[in-house]
Design a protein around this ligand. Structure first.
Ligand SMILES: NC(=O)c1ccc[n+]([C@@H]2O[C@H](COP(=O)([O-])OP(=O)(O)OC[C@H]3O[C@@H](n4cnc5c(N)ncnc54)[C@H](OP(=O)(O)O)[C@@H]3O)[C@@H](O)[C@H]2O)c1
Length: 380
């Protein structure tokens, strides 16, 4: 029996993860769950999965609500829970940079990490991958594109890999004229045509920052130069990504758009089990199309390539500034097109730290948040 912790269990990845886990009661025992503030859903999940402990990162005063289950609270509480509980496998479904310290803490004890969170990797990918290697822990990506790449690479030799084609559906604004971008509402931005996801990643899909973050994520996960990672717009979202080997052979991974497939693969890796998820009906799809991305309409992608090429603390600054901007956009503080403008300005002010340690990365994250908030305040 594997003891499994689901971090961010009340989110889109977390709830899909628990759905997958519920199908394998002989393989997984849920030992820990966590939320930011959704105590009611956490209580329901705790009733069903009976974990040893739960954590509410963004709240306090809930200790009496979980019976005999240990309750941890606050950001520190999450780290303590990860140190205290016996965990073999962890699914990381926390959104944003708040996942970074939990990821590093839990990597000291687990054999396997199913990693959905991309922001922590963008900030500190090398530190995370080195920590995993040092501890003999396997990091398996959950992001559908990275799961696809991981599956296509399989047991091949990394030096045979020539190129990664990172596909993306193009998000909800693919066919919206650029003149309308200034009036894009939150409702339009989070209305993704193919995937049902949390709000932050949905806005990132609309600006296409999500694809940019994924490029950096792929370069760190697969130790690939960023210039060998190419984004392809693929509206049908059937091919979840592809890899090209140096002999010219290209492998693609396909399937229906259901996050439970990459989540299950990451959790049961290297085994595959029946998921009960419907098959792809090729004759109904008829054709598959691929286009180059439009960096002018979606400048966030270009900013991400720039940060990924410069490396150091730039990816951390890109990510932090983006997190602040997305939150402001969702709360009505800025407009859609202010997001890339603000990030570009903050990146222009940043002095890079090459080969940063964790402290440099956290410092850059903090700096970028303060600067972005100042800039937004002063432009109001
Ligand atoms: N959703 C997808 O299909 C998908 C696909 C690929 C990759 N990802 C990546 O997976 C991650 C999660 O995405 P999501 O769509 O599942 O997000 P989500 O629906 O917003 O869920 C986020 C989870 O993290 C918790 N959380 C939020 N802020 C936190 C904090 N400061 N400290 C601790 N926990 C916190 C949330 O708790 P509350 O419920 O209290 O807010 C929730 O449980 C993101 O990094 C995203 O890029 C998601």
């Amino acid at each position: 029996m594997e003891n499994i912790a689901v971090l961010g269990s009340t989110g889109s990845i977390g709830t899909s993860g628990l759905d997958v886990i519920s199908k394998f009661p002989d393989r997984f025992k849920v030992c820990a769950l966590s939320t930011n503030t959704n105590v009611e859903l956490l209580r329901k999940q705790a009733k069903i999965f009976k974990p040893e402990a739960v954590c509410i990162s963004g709240g306090s005063g809930n200790k009496g609500k979980f019976g005999k289950i240990m309750v941890y609270e606050g950001e520190e509480g999450l780290l303590r829970m990860l140190e205290d509980i016996k965990i073999d496998t962890v699914l990381v479904g926390i959104v944003g940079s708040s996942a970074l310290l939990p990821v590093l803490t839990v990597l000291d004890k687990v054999k396997k990490m199913a990693l959905a969170n991309k922001e922590a990797l963008v900030m500190a990918g090398s530190i995370i991958m080195n920590r995993a290697a040092k501890n003999n822990a396997t990091v398996i990506p959950v992001d559908s594109e990275h799961s696809a790449i991981f599956q296509c690479i399989g047991g091949s030799n990394r030096r045979d890999l020539r190129k990664i084609f990172l596909t993306g559906s193009g998000g909800p604004l693919l066919k919206v004229g650029m003149s309308k971008f200034k009036d894009i509402t939150v409702k339009q931005a989070i209305n993704h045509p193919r995937w049902k996801m949390g709000k932050k990643i949905s806005v990132d899909s609309a600006t296409m920052m999500n694809k940019g973050l994924e490029v950096i994520e792929a370069s760190l996960l697969f130790n690939m130069d960023i210039s060998n990672i190419e984004i392809l717009i693929h509206p049908e979202a059937v091919v979840h990504s592809m890899v090209e080997f140096r002999d010219g052979a290209i492998l693609a991974q396909m399937g229906v758009c259901d996050m439970r497939i990459p989540i299950q693969y990451a959790l049961t890796y290297p085994d595959r089990f029946d998921s009960g998820i419907r098959s792809l009906e090729f004759s109904k799809i008829k054709s598959l199309s691929f286009y180059d991305p439009d960096f002018k309409r979606f400048p966030c992608m270009a900013l991400a390539y720039e940060a990924g090429k410069k490396r150091g603390t730039f990816p951390s600054v890109l990510n932090a500034s983006n997190e602040v901007c997305v939150r402001e956009f969702i709360e009505g503080g800025i407009r859609f097109m202010d997001i890339p403008k603000a990030i570009e300005k903050i990146m222009g002010l940043h002095k890079n730290v090459k080969n940063p340690g964790l402290d440099d990365i956290l410092e850059a994250d903090k700096w970028a948040r303060v600067k972005t908030k100042e800039m937004i305040r002063c432009c109001r």
